[in-house]
Each structure stands twice: as C-alpha cells, then as structure tokens.
Write a protein that binds this ligand. Sequence first.
Ligand SMILES: Nc1ncnc2c1ncn2[C@@H]1O[C@H](COP(=O)(O)OP(=O)(O)OP(=O)(O)O)[C@@H](O)[C@H]1O
Ligand SMILES: [Mg+2]
Length: 264
Amino acid sequence: MRAVAIASQKGGVGKTTLALNISLALARRGWRTLVVDADPQGAISLSLKKELEVAEGLTEYAQGHKTLDQLILQTRIPELAFLPVGGIKGHRPSQIEIAQPVLDDLVEQTAENFDVLMIDTPSGLSGRTLHTLRSVDYVLVPMQAEPLSLRTLQGVLEIIAEIGDQTGLELAGIVLTMVQSRDEISLETVQEIWSLLPSEMVLEGFVPRDPAFLRASAHGVPVSLLSRRRPPSVASVFDRIAAELEPRIGLTQEGDDDIVHLLD
Ligand SMILES: Nc1ncnc2c1ncn2[C@@H]1O[C@H](COP(=O)(O)OP(=O)(O)OP(=O)(O)O)[C@@H](O)[C@H]1O
Ligand SMILES: [Mg+2]
C-alpha cells in the first residue's frame, strides 16, 4: 500500500478537493482507495455526507473507542472507502492531538486491505499534518496558481526534505490548482512555475478554476458525480492527474489479468 498525504502551508488552496477527486479517480482506475479525513473541520466528511455530526472516525480511533472496521465507511463506488474525521459533536470539531503512533498504526492496519491511503490534512505543516507527514510514504502539494504561492513553496519543500531525511518521505509532486485559463497573471504564474521547477516536481495535469467545484461542495459530491450522464468536463482532469500520479507513487498495473472478457 502507498500512503499519501495532501498538504500545504496555505489554507484554501484545494487540498480537500484534490484528495476527494483524485481518490475517486484512483478508485475508478481499480485501486482500492481509502480517503482519510484528518482535518478537524471535516471538510471531506461534509462533502460526502450531509449528516456529518453523527459520523465517528479518526478521532474515536485515536481515543481507542472504536476499531477501524467499525469506523471505515464503504462508499457506493466499490473500490472507494472513507474514514471520517469524527470527533464532531454539534458544531464543534474536536481539536485533539492525533499522536504519531496513531497515524503509524492507521497506515499499518490498512496496508493489507487497500492499495492507496489518501490523507487530507489541515493547512499548515505542524501538529496533525506534521504527524501525518511522518507516517506516510508520499506527499502531494497543491499550489494555487498565483505569484504569492511561489514564495511559500521553498519553505514547504525544505520541511518535506527534512522529514524525508528522517523518515523517507518523498514528494509525489506539486499540483497546480485554481488555474484561471482566461487570466493572464494566472497563466504567467503557471509558466513561471513550470520554468523554475524541475519537470519531475510538477505534474502536467492541473486543476482549472471552475464553478463546478462550488456546486459539487454544495451537493456534497465529487465533481464527476454531479451528473451521471453529463459530468462537468473538468472532472476528466482528475483521471489525468491520477494516471500521472500512479508511477510517481509506485503503483503499476500488472500484466493484463484485469481484462474483462465479454463472454465466458
Ligand atoms: N479548481 C477550483 N475551482 C473553483 N473552486 C475551487 C477549486 N478548488 C477548490 N475550490 C473551492 O475552493 C474552496 C477551498 O477548496 P478546498 O476546501 O479544496 O481547499 P483546502 O486547501 O482543503 O482548504 P482548507 O485549507 O480550508 O482545508 C472550496 O469552496 C472549494 O469548493
Ligand atoms: Mg481542506
């Protein structure tokens, strides 16, 4: 199993959107995927389930109240499962510390049943996020396509490298998000990032800014599930990103045993 954290210094850059939509794309590509919501605000839990208050998850696991078997929820997509953040009673999210050994255990205990563990973290690189980064194999960093983002990137890469020296954590890549294809500054920033950073660092697939994301959050679904017949065109970028991510995190489709024959 490959454990991947989605992390960024800045808030609101598209971590949760990325975690949810890439996970769905990976699941549809046949990987048994578990999305873990480690953000106490429970944004993924919110987007998947409206009555999030009742959902228990990572918090109860950390407190030793429940086992993973009791907490992991199967979604309607067979390969996609979900561990909510839990700890939410009424409207107050629990900010309890999720200790390093809890996250290490989570990774160890899910290794057998899943191919990919995708962990959405709260913004900033301390606390839970730092613990998560110390437990996983890879980190994926979303970066908003705006000039300010480049300034914070160096610091983020240094922290990842420092952790990597101690734990082996590797950067799976940087994904540009909220790219405004009709906005010159946004496009210039994309060009600048591509020219400044080595190509192995930045994925070619990026997420355009699109009103479909707001609609998707409002309905509590990943973008590609907004409509069965006509999913918004932006949904296809996640399939591309997932395909690019696979070799970066060491997922390879073996042979052709999963060919489905039309007739027996
Ligand atoms: N490509 C996009 N185009 C338009 N809106 C987007 C896009 N990606 C995300 N959004 C919207 O921007 C907001 C922030 O996105 P998201 O929650 O994914 O960011 P985040 O990094 O997880 O934020 P936080 O740091 O608060 O956890 C959400 O309302 C989301 O619907
Ligand atoms: Mg988030």
